[in-house]
Ligand binder design. Sequence first.
Ligand code: FMN
Length: 435
Amino acid sequence: MTAVGNNATPPAPAIAPGAHDRDPRAIAERLVERFGATGTDPRLAAIVPGFDGPFFQAGLAGYSEAPMRLIARRHGCPVCVTEALLDRTLLAGGRGFAKADLGDIADNVPGAADDHPLIGQIMGSDPAEMAAAAVKMVEQGRRGERAYRDEAYHGENPDWFRERKNGYVPPEDAPDPPPTRTFASIDVNLACPVKKIAKKARGGHWLAEPDGAIAILAAVRDALPADVPITVKMRRSFDDTAEMQENFLRIFDAAYDLGCAWVCVHGRTVEQKYVGPSKWDPIRDLVERRPDVPVLGSGDVWTAADIFRMIDYTGVSAVSVARGCIGNPWIFREARDLLAGREPSPPTLAEQRAVLEAHFELMLADNERRMRGRTAQEKHERAEGLTGRMMRKFGVRFAAHHPEPDAVKRAFTKVETLDGWREVLAEHYPVGMPS
Ligand SMILES: Cc1cc2nc3c(=O)[nH]c(=O)nc-3n(C[C@H](O)[C@H](O)[C@H](O)COP(=O)(O)O)c2cc1C
């Protein structure tokens, strides 16, 4: 997703009077009393097996590719969402659209055996195309298992697919291949504020055209097998007019009536893009409106405490962590700590360094795998340069945890290579430095 002021709101609390005085520890304790050790509404695991924490990593175009997802999962994130994939991108097999303003296919398939459960998000302008794209996405998820995974990452049995591909037949006592799985659900994006393309609505713009939005949900539901759940991401309204709020409610109710498993509501309007605070009251009203089904929430979740405060204030079943986890996978560990009754601990410099190193390496492996070039060396060099540039935006966010964030940010913005990245780590995150 390109320039739409995505990061326009600096970390600031949502509009939710009194919520920020609530004690996250006490809220976590109540969740555990109510739901058991996971603290999670059991309806979620019935929809997406493995959904065992009341939070997940949002779709974040330009960020939430496999490397970021894997790092999040290693820190306790139970479920991740891909970037929004345009229906056209999927239908064209990714060709011609790789540089579209949304994610491309290779970034949005399971990145490894442990990149599950993964929710695949689609977005588009036409019900029939969205339905076809949803089917393609489910297929692509399966293909992802075979074609992409474990070439770059450490999975349960990293060599399995490579060996199979080369005609190798594993011995009888070889471990079973990992099960072929696909996306845990297909998520329809009715939230993205990026402007219309060729006068056609897509994403959040559908909130101004409820008949079209409902037609998309119906077509996608019809096209997919019943055992693939459909979920929906929506803004709380197109704008603050009564007419648009009515439109929102029509779509929201229709989603559940059509069999969508949950709606995740971002407490900003489409018109608002990412500017100004999110409002949690409208989300609370929706939970009250539909206590019979799970409602999920998004918007201004910057800390682990915010996760619990949003749950307590609104009653949502789970919270989407978006900008709050860019450069901060520890938010998931802190949330797990709170659920376990432990004091959450900020990351030590050694932990920061280990994650920064792993993130670069995962991204480099991912880029190398897809890079075209005449020789392995040429591919590696190109991938390294690309990775260096791609990692800068992450480094800048990770720097916030460092005692000298400005100096570290400056250093990350100049990185070109893995060695350059390692030099920044050696200088600013030296082994043995007190944390
Ligand atoms: C850079 C960026 C990219 C995003 N891409 C997506 C996306 O592809 N799919 C989606 O559902 N939401 C996307 N979002 C919206 C977030 O998932 C989330 O709803 C929003 O940022 C509000 O939460 P926050 O205020 O806690 O960041 C994106 C947000 C940002 C900042």
